[in-house]
Design a protein. Structure first.
Ligand code: FES
Ligand SMILES: [Fe+2]
Length: 379
């Protein structure tokens, strides 16, 4: 959230609190059930969204030091992200150029990336630095057998890849004006605290729909986040296919004097940004929750990663316990409250009970998101 927009941004939820209203779409949105079940639509989305658009795959804190790396397989490509000695980030295929073995697993720090099969050794920029019995490969120079690379960019603390070999990463064009919104959070120095991966039997868009309205806060979450946030109430803003929901915490009503010295909006709201197509960035008080949602092998399956990033590494046991509690809360709400409902919905889609579902005018982000998906798929 830009410093300059914060006073005006505070007034909108305050008005909604006073008038018991919320941001409204111009009309109802009827969403065909087939959008969540059709293999044809899933294949088109895979091509148009998950092979043709830049994808955010984490914060810079995933690669905290020179020599650090992590693997990433959720796009369907075996990716290996690294940071070299000059601090530059690389996105490589985690596939050895000798006979195709997977080079590394998980995350860590290494001086060299060494294949576990015959020990071909790669530098962090993908160069093939050494191979045993080099003379046996005469005529096949090491210079032409580095790891295959994908376009990658590190910007304002976020890591972006282009999930297709040989395709350029047009990040500036993809982000447009939401770029300065992301920059305003100053995420470059943030520390990766933890990540949880949830594979569930629900379409990836259904998993994402979970984050797009507060209408359900005091019904489904009556014993958890209902205590903290106003329900069915929030501001909605868009930048191209990207958008933001700002939901006020209950503290906003008391802290409504926005002209008081040192007044800040951030402690009194949660800011939910959807970076199209599949990243949900949630600003919570003083830390960041980052969700990435990927299609699974069938339209009925998806993978959601939930990560918490914090301003600095925990300096004490009590700090670590504090962030662990935060992490457990967010995972718990999604895993025990939101996603079981989503899996039930996915099953219901195969019952023939209805051919469309409906998004109310009080759920403007849902219609906006699904229209953006349809537009992108239609080209
Ligand atoms: S497959 Fe990697 S060194 Fe042989
Ligand atoms: Fe929810």
């Amino acid at each position: 959230m830009l410093q300059s927009e914060r006073p005006a941004l505070a007034r909108r939820p305050l008005d909604y609190i006073d008038t018991q209203s919320t941001a409204m779409a111009a009309e109802l949105y009827r969403q065909p059930v087939s959008e969540y079940t059709s293999p044809t639509i899933a294949a088109r989305e895979q091509e148009a969204l998950f092979r043709s658009l830049p994808l955010c795959i984490g914060l810079s804190g995933m690669l905290p030091t020179a020599g650090s790396y992590f693997t990433h397989d959720h796009t369907g490509l075996p990716l290996l992200l690294t940071r070299d000695d000059d601090g530059e980030v690389h996105a490589l295929m985690n596939v050895c150029r000798h006979r195709g073995a997977r080079l590394v697993d998980g995350c860590g720090e290494a001086r060299m990336l060494r294949c576990p099969y015959h020990a071909w050794a790669y530098a962090h920029d993908g160069r093939l630095a050494a191979r045993p019995a080099d003379e046996a490969f005469e005529g096949m120079p090491r210079t032409t057998h580095g790891l295959r690379r994908l376009a990658v960019e590190e910007r304002d603390g976020l890591l972006w890849i282009m999930p297709r070999l040989g395709a350029p990463l047009a990040l500036e064009r993809h982000l447009g004006a939401v770029g300065e919104q992301i920059a305003s959070f100053g995420l470059a120095g943030f520390h990766h605290f933890a990540t949880r991966v949830l594979a569930r039997r629900m379409n990836w868009k259904l998993a994402l729909d979970t984050f797009l309205e507060s209408y359900h806060f005091c019904v489904l979450h009556r014993n958890s986040i209902c205590n903290t946030f106003y329900d069915n109430l929030g501001a909605f803003d868009t930048w191209g296919p990207h958008f933001r929901l700002v939901s006020p915490r209950k503290t906003l009503a008391e802290a409504r004097d926005t002209s008081a010295p040192g007044w800040s909006l951030l402690p009194h709201v949660v800011g939910i940004y959807v970076l199209f197509p599949n990243t949900v960035l949630v600003w919570q008080l003083d830390h960041l929750e980052l969700f990435h949602i990927y299609p699974g092998p069938t339209p009925d399956e998806s993978i959601t990663t939930i990560s918490v990033y914090i301003p600095e590494p925990p300096r004490s046991e009590s700090a670590r316990a504090h962030w662990q509690r935060n992490f457990d809360i967010v995972v718990g709400v999604v895993e025990r409250e939101d996603f079981p409902v989503g899996e039930g919905i996915q099953r219901s889609f195969h019952s023939g009970a209805q051919d469309h579902i409906v998004f109310g005018r009080n759920e403007p982000a849902l219609g906006y998101f699904h229209r953006a998906v349809s537009d992108a798929v239609a080209g």
